[in-house]
Ligand binder design. Structure first.
Ligand code: BES
Ligand code: MN
Ligand code: ZN
Length: 464
């Protein structure tokens, strides 16, 4: 789909003209007011729509009124959701050209308009014989520079969604490495023997139960005189069976999504190369599968991470933190100022926050706050969870420096305390997207499947 910025939206010859209506008010279109409000009692409730034939009274064939709800309850989030709704309605009607005439909105809607349109336009139908009908062009009056930038971000988000929705039989560690290498960046892939030399014993243990070899991926975006250096780390478990502590079938069903953090990092790096910020950015993924082959690691095994700390395996299904532990050591050794990791890490985070917010915690109050605020502007929700030392009590081991799991209670925070043991000399934030990475049924502007969680926020944080 392409988005065309125009001046006089009402004059466009198109299949559908979308106009907005706040609850109890009128639209900026005479015909719409005449029929919908005066005759049929449509009153602009949030998310409700009303369709009109125009009988050649305006260039558009049909007018779709979209309810924006009460003006005092309106927000950027509501706006994006309403735009997505209008796009989905237009797609159902097989429209090829859709113009938006938007009125009475008190903020610059250009960025959220693009997100709403592009999130709703997404489908994953490559394996379906029958493809979805697509809109060809959307017309809108908006700020061209903001639209162009948001298009880069939204397209990257949809790349992440493709990677997540694709099956684990396709998305292997090698595949992720190939995607990373296809980007316009310096990319280094570490093979098994390189990873051994780096001393990443925790990560290697997780990988050893699979026939797919691990790939440690390091993408680097550099620029002259960077104002700071940031590393973003994505959990890249291309399939999580649970390992010897095998998951029950219903929990395993969506575990192709356990590389959503990696998808987010690849997507963010793609957008960052196009946006050229004055920041040095390292994208890091310790990719592997968590499987049950004959060589698989076992409960009771003792692993040595890159920083020399030893870990007693309490549960092979707590594999993400083991791969992240070594990735965090590697990132801290790069001499960066800030490290952000993003991971489908704990079912406990999903139990706490559901699918409506990602969990966030870290070692620097202001850093975490800034990321939460950036998320609000980008259209993503983050909720801070505690990372008090007490949550680490249950990680104590009698024979190693720590175990990889502890108490069931407060599991998202326990995982956070575990990760913190591998962080040194940097500002660090950990984002848990277990609940937000993948929707089992449609939610707001999203269809079911991968959501591209984190992409908009990471890109906005790094590239404005
Ligand atoms: N990948 C899962 C976490 C997950 C659960 C993501 C549900 C998305 C949806 C992770 O590797 C895992 O298995 N975590 C365990 C940790 C436990 C063994 C301490 C969990 O949350 O059950
Ligand atoms: Mn697991
Ligand atoms: Zn996992």
């Amino acid at each position: 789909m392409n988005i065309q910025v125009v001046q006089n939206v009402q004059d466009i010859n198109c299949n559908i003209l979308v106009v907005n209506q706040f609850e109890g008010e009128k639209t900026n279109n005479e015909i719409a007011n005449h029929y919908a409000i005066d005759k049929d009692g449509f009153d602009g409730k949030f998310g409700e729509t009303y369709l009109l034939q125009t009988y050649d009274k305006v260039p558009a064939s049909k007018i779709l009124i979209i309810g924006f709800g009460k003006k005092e309850e309106f927000s950027e989030d509501r706006f994006r959701e309403a735009i997505a709704k209008a796009v989905k309605k237009s797609m159902q009607m097989k429209a090829k050209t859709v113009a938006f005439s938007l009125d009475g909105i008190i903020f610059d809607y250009s960025e959220q308009f693009v997100y709403g349109v592009k999130i709703a336009d997404y489908s994953f139908d490559k394996y379906k014989s029958e493809k979805k009908d697509k809109i060809e062009t959307v017309f809108v009056q908006a700020n061209q520079a903001i639209v162009s930038k948001a298009e880069i971000v939204a397209d990257s988000m949809n790349l992440a969604r493709n990677l997540i929705n694709e099956s684990a039989q396709v998305i292997t560690p090698q595949f992720l490495a190939d995607v990373a290498e296809s980007l316009d960046l310096d990319v280094r892939i570490y093979e098994t023997d390189d990873i051994e030399k780096l001393g990443m014993g925790a990560y290697l243990a997780v990988a050893q139960g699979s026939v797919q070899p691990p790939k440690f991926i390091h993408m680097r975006y550099s620029c002259d005189n960077p104002v700071k250096k940031v590393a973003i780390i994505g959990k890249g478990i291309t399939f999580d069976s649970g390992g010897m502590d095998l998951k029950p079938p219903s929990s395993m069903l969506t575990m192709k999504d356990d590389m959503s953090g990696a998808a987010c990092v690849i997507a963010a790096m793609q957008a960052i190369t196009k946006l050229n910020p004055d920041v040095e950015v390292h994208g890091i993924i310790a990719a592997c599968e968590n499987m049950i082959g004959g060589g698989a690691y076992k409960p009771g095994d003792i692993l040595t991470a890159k920083n020399g700390k030893t870990i007693e395996v309490d549960n092979t299904d707590a594999e993400g933190r083991l791969t992240l532990a070594d990735a965090l050591c590697y990132a801290c050794d790069l001499g960066v100022d800030e490290v952000i990791d993003i991971a489908t890490l704990t079912g406990a985070c999903m139990v706490a926050l559901g699918t409506y917010a990602s969990g966030i915690m870290g070692n620097d109050e202001n850093f975490v706050k800034t990321l939460i605020e950036t998320g609000k502007k980008a259209g993503e929700r983050f909720w801070e969870l505690p990372i008090w030392d007490e949550y680490g009590e249950s990680l104590k081991s009698s024979i190693a420096d720590m175990k990889n799991t502890g108490s069931r209670w407060g599991g998202a925070s326990t995982a956070g305390v575990f990760l913190k043991k591998f962080v040194k000399n940097v500002k660090w934030a950990h984002i848990d997207i277990a609940g937000t990475a993948y929707f089992e049924k449609p939610q707001k502007e999203f269809i079911e499947g991968g959501a591209g969680a984190g992409v908009r926020t990471l890109v906005k944080y790094i590239a404005g």
